[in-house]
Ligand binder design. Structure first.
Ligand code: PSV
Ligand code: MN
Length: 386
């Protein structure tokens, strides 16, 4: 039997970090669609993120992306967030939108470009100092398109050298989270393509370096929960960038494409005590055709539902069935939890937290969507590159 009170306590302390860029306009390489009411500044993104937290109660921090969220005064931005009930979370670097980075950033063959990339990463740590953020999240678009284009081993050396300089700049309580992605924008080799490559670099760097699993960054069919179990077992899982994918890095709402996969991932998190450790549960999504704030609320709820089901797994019955070699019995224990309708439990939990049991309906009633459409007129909406 699972202890329902313990399940509820765990769910109340869950924290899902929302990404500033999900509040802005987004699109594909074919078209960026605009939506009325979209934030025009990092400040307005934080206002929207505060709404998500106000209605879900479990989205207390917001990840920033530099330079998209560049401001003159980061301490003021942190204070602005705090006054609205949220905090600033991971600082995401961006070494992929500058002409200099055509052949890579930190792995570029030209030392001057590598210097520029590393300086940007060091600037991100300065920003962390000002915002009080604990995590520097690194994703590199670096790679090659053609066999022979560059020396793939030399690129690994350059990567290690650059990362080590940034690692040395981290203060106490700060971490470097290294994210991998199997392809795109590079199509032949990618310099950090998989968890193994990220892991070996993090291992060499030290305990402040950990791996980020972006759920959209794997080849189709990859068993992501196995990667999660392995990284947790090695104490190297720094966090997640949650999103859904049907084909490649689709950045759709987490739990939309494959809620069962999300459950299996969350079960390995629970099994590996990741839920109570320092694993950061972040979203990394884009809401191109759907309304952004409700999509982010739904995404947070999807993570909560998967977590609730994972926490409901009767682990002693599961262990007993596994030990007895009872294949179908063990599978049934897991499926019983997955097939539980946890929505009433979560509604009850929200009410205990002083929230509306139905965050999406409460948000719709709040008038915020109409207010931002009326008020945010003129100016430049935030979006890719802004
Ligand atoms: C790259 O595809 C990525 O997942 C990284 O986390 C980036 O920082 C983010 O997307 C930007 O949207
Ligand atoms: Mn990501």
């Amino acid at each position: 039997m699972t202890d329902l009170a313990a399940v509820k306590t765990a769910l109340k302390t869950q924290a899902v970090e929302t990404p500033s860029w999900a509040y802005g306009n987004s699109g594909t390489r074919f078209k960026v669609f605009t939506q009325a009411g979209v934030p025009r500044s990092p400040w307005e993104k934080l206002e929207d993120a505060a709404q998500v937290h106000a209605f879900t109660g479990v989205a207390p921090t917001v990840a920033l992306h530099i330079p998209w969220d560049k401001v003159d005064d980061y301490a003021a931005l942190a204070k602005f967030a705090e006054e609205r009930g949220v905090g600033l979370g991971a600082i995401n670097s961006n070494t992929f939108q500058d002409d200099d980075y055509k052949l890579g950033s930190i792995c570029h063959p030209d030392a001057a470009v590598r210097r520029k990339a590393v300086d940007h990463l060091l600037e991100c740590v300065d920003i962390m100092d000002a915002t009080g953020s604990a995590d520097l999240k690194l994703w590199f678009a670096d790679g090659t398109n053609y066999p022979g284009q560059d020396d793939v081993r030399a690129r690994q050396d350059r990567l290690a050298e650059g990362l080590s300089e940034v690692y040395g700049r981290l203060g106490d309580g700060q971490r470097m989270l290294l994210e991998y992605k199997f392809f795109e924008p590079a199509f032949y080799t990618t310099d950090v393509p998989d968890w193994g490559t990220a892991y070996v670099h993090c291992l060499k760097l030290g305990s402040k370096a950990q791996v980020v699993v972006d759920t959209g960054h794997h080849a189709p069919g990859t068993n992501i929960e196995f990667i999660v179990a392995t990284l947790l077992r090695e104490g190297k899982l720094g966090g997640f960038d949650f999103n859904s994918r049907f084909y490649a890095d689709d950045d759709l709402m987490v739990g939309a494409a494959d809620p069962f996969q999300l459950f299996r991932i969350m079960y390995e998190v629970v099994r590996g005590d990741g839920f109570t450790s320092e694993v950061a549960f972040m979203l990394d999504q884009c809401h191109t055709i759907e309304a952004k704030i409700p999509a982010i609320i739904r995404s947070v709820m999807n993570v909560q539902e998967a977590t609730a089901k994972a926490l409901l797994v009767d682990r002693s019955s599961l262990a007993a069935a596994q030990a007895a070699g009872d294949v179908l019995g063990a599978h049934a224990v897991l499926m019983d939890a997955y097939n539980t309708d946890v929505r009433p439990l979560l509604a009850e939990l929200r009410e205990e937290m002083g929230l509306d049991g139905d965050p999406l309906a409460a948000y719709a009633r709040s008038g915020w969507a109409e207010r931002i459409v009326a008020e945010r007129v003129g100016g430049q909406q935030a979006g890719w590159g802004a």
